[in-house]
Design a binder for this molecule. Structure first.
Ligand SMILES: [Zn+2]
Length: 233
């Protein structure tokens, strides 16, 4: 099992010419073309640009210099008739892991699906399909985080109140190699949920095959505020 590599801008620039801007824009709703230019730039035009936008946003956030753009009422009004989020993120519901904040994005930028343990059940996959297939999101990120309570509970497997154990079946089969290493289990769970999405959704698979989408796994560090992208493991 390899360790996650630190986010490095150079890694995401090397294939930036691989996807043509024209193909990406042509598949989007008309309102996407009217996206206003801001100091953060217009909507990304390729999968590499979309991932780079997240990487740079997290770098600002973790560096203590978020710009917090596109969070005003003017932006809200601009989006009233439609949305074209450049990224879809499946993240844990944990209150310490709000994707819009830790990637320093605003209204309309990221389509977030949040559930404890960032598990890819039927409804979560359906929501991600909507973001990719209808709204034209170009990067789909499964985002786990350090010290995840849902993953930790699944590792222990003991009795829990109510329906919390319903999460176990989505996590437990994928973390058997982790032993008692919670960090290992979190990474394995992220990779597993990304696989579940890709294998269960023809919409996602076809978007990846056509170059309109990339699927990535990542882990957020609660102590430093940084997001590390995972290799495919
Ligand atoms: Zn969690």
């Amino acid at each position: 099992m390899s360790r996650p590599s630190s986010v490095d801008r150079r890694n995401f620039l090397r294939t930036s010419a691989a996807v043509t801007a024209g193909a990406a824009v042509a598949a989007l709703p008309a309102h996407a073309l009217a996206e206003p230019t801001t100091p953060l730039g217009p909507r990304p035009q390729s999968t590499d640009e979309a991932l780079q936008r997240l990487v740079e946003g997290n770098r600002r956030f973790a560096g203590g210099q978020p710009v917090g753009m596109r969070r005003d009422l003017a932006r809200v009004a601009d989006l009233a008739d439609g949305q074209s989020p450049f990224a879809a993120i499946l993240s844990c519901a944990d209150s310490r892991v709000p994707p819009e904040l830790l990637f320093d994005q605003g209204f309309g930028d990221v389509f977030t699906v949040r559930v404890a343990g960032n598990v890819a059940g039927t409804e979560e996959v359906a929501s991600l399909e909507y973001s990719v297939g209808v709204l034209g999101s170009m990067v789909l990120m499964v985002l786990g985080h350090s010290s995840c309570g849902a993953v930790s509970a699944a590792m222990k497997g003991g009795p829990v109140p109510g329906q919390i154990s319903a999460l176990y079946s989505h996590i437990t089969p994928h973390i058997t190699d982790a032993g008692s290493d919670i960090g290992h289990a979190v990474r394995d769970n992220v990779r597993a949920q990304a696989r579940v999405i890709s294998t269960s959704s023809p919409v996602i698979r076809e978007a990846v095959a056509s170059g309109r989408l990339i699927v990535v796994g990542a882990v957020y560090d609660l102590k430093t505020g940084t997001v590390d992208l995972l290799d495919r493991g």
